[in-house]
Design a protein around this ligand. Structure first.
Ligand code: NAD
Ligand code: GLY
Length: 359
């Protein structure tokens, strides 16, 4: 097992990563202060892992909340089912919610924990590669709105993150690839050596080599924890974690939530961001091609979906959380391993990128 800390003063917490962690009650129990626990999961994950986690909590009074599975259920209506479960079982302020699942369950559970009785504790037990490298860490929680991705939410940090890499053995291949998009993102934004390491080890990662996956998760969490510690509420540098997301969120919203996986939309969005970085003269066109080749090897899309127009992108991108006073801010690459947030991209160059990807 490897342990990292998200360093946020009094609200610091550990990220435990490794194989077989769902056997270890000592990783959960110290972070549960009351008697009541609510495990929130979905109908796909419950048959796989719910009993396992419940067996660690025999000293607790456990409520189960099983949500329908899918990004299209990440909304306020379905979130209410968590509150129904908590209130029906009379959970009080000392309750702890446990998010058992991928990023959808994690984001919804965290938001429920932020809201229930004005805020209760929660723990992340991520079971997808994407959630183990990204969404379980950093305290961004929330749900989608029909008009914009992740538009309703709160910052609410978990008490701990327990990422058992064994759970990845049951993950569908398409979901593994979607998680690799976010792993590649960390290389692009802050760690050129990690990017090269991914290029060398991609086939092993796709084959789920446990040591390689463990290394990829650890290095990704290291990067995320450092950025979050520097800028918890995204007033600055944290926005670099959104490389490709402004384009990607537009794709997810346009296609209907769940049609393109989040990681797939981020992959295509990172290529668009790289293309725009090249048009700005910041990186060579060869680096855009290098990224495309890596994403293609990872079975990820490198183009926008057919049928999306430049105007549709522009309109949806205005709903991005990085927009300030109507001014779009984008995450672009100054080089591989170094991304920045900028509001100074000439609109003509953005138009060129959007037209290039939508014809
Ligand atoms: P997901 O939660 O939809 O999970 C993907 C699929 O895998 C689902 O069908 C799920 O039921 C299934 N699944 C999960 N674990 C499994 C397992 N071990 N075995 C078999 N099947 C399993 O998707 P995701 O990619 O984990 O997360 C995407 C979500 O995360 C998006 O909503 C995105 O907005 C959010 N996100 C949030 C942050 C953040 O900082 N909060 C960061 C990145 C992404
Ligand atoms: N996934 C982006 C962030 O956590 O800030």
């Amino acid at each position: 097992m490897q342990t990292l800390t998200v360093d946020l003063g009094e609200r610091s917490y550990p990220i435990y990563t490794g194989s077989g962690l769902l056997e270890r009650s000592e990783l959960l129990l110290p972070y549960i202060k009351g008697r009541q626990v609510a495990i929130v999961t979905n109908e796909t994950i419950a048959p796989l892992y719910l009993e396992k986690i419940k067996s660690l909590l025999t000293s607790k009074e456990v409520t189960e909340v099983i949500l329908p599975d899918g990004e299209n259920f990440k909304n306020l209506d379905i979130l209410n089912r968590v509150f129904d479960g908590l209130l029906e079982a009379r959970h009080n302020r000392t309750t702890t919610l446990i998010a058992l699942g991928g990023g959808v369950v994690g984001d919804m559970t965290g938001f429920a924990a932020a809201c229930y009785q004005r805020g209760v504790d929660f723990i992340q037990v991520p079971t997808t590669l994407l959630s183990q490298v990204d969404s379980s860490v950093g305290g961004k929680t929330g749900v989608n709105h029909a008009l914009g991705k992740n538009m309703i939410g709160a910052f609410h940090q978990p008490n701990c993150v327990v990422a058992d890499t064994l759970t990845l053995n049951t993950l569908p291949d398409r979901e593994l690839s979607a998680g690799l998009a976010e792993v590649i993102k960390y290389g692009l934004i802050r760690d050129a050596a990690f990017y090269a390491w991914i290029e060398t080890n991609l086939e092993g990662l796709l084959a789920r080599d446990p040591a390689l996956l463990a290394e990829a998760i650890h290095r990704s969490c290291e990067c995320k924890a450092a950025v979050v510690a520097e800028d918890e509420k995204e007033s600055g540098v944290r926005a670099i974690l959104n490389l490709g997301h402004t384009f990607g969120h537009a794709i997810e919203t346009a296609m209907g939530y769940g049609e393109w996986l989040h990681g797939e939309a981020v992959a295509a969005g990172m290529v668009m961001a790289a293309d725009l970085s090249a048009r700005c003269g910041w990186i060579d066109a060869a680096e855009v091609e290098r990224l495309k080749q890596l994403l293609i090897r990872a079975n990820l899309p490198v183009k926008a979906p057919e049928g999306m127009s430049a105007d549709q992108f522009k309109s949806l991108m205005q709903v991005d959380k990085k927009v300030i006073d109507g001014r779009l801010r984008l995450v672009l690459m100054q080089k591989v391993g170094w991304a920045v947030v900028t509001d100074e991209v000439p609109s003509g160059l953005l138009q060129e990128t959007l037209e290039y990807f939508t014809v």
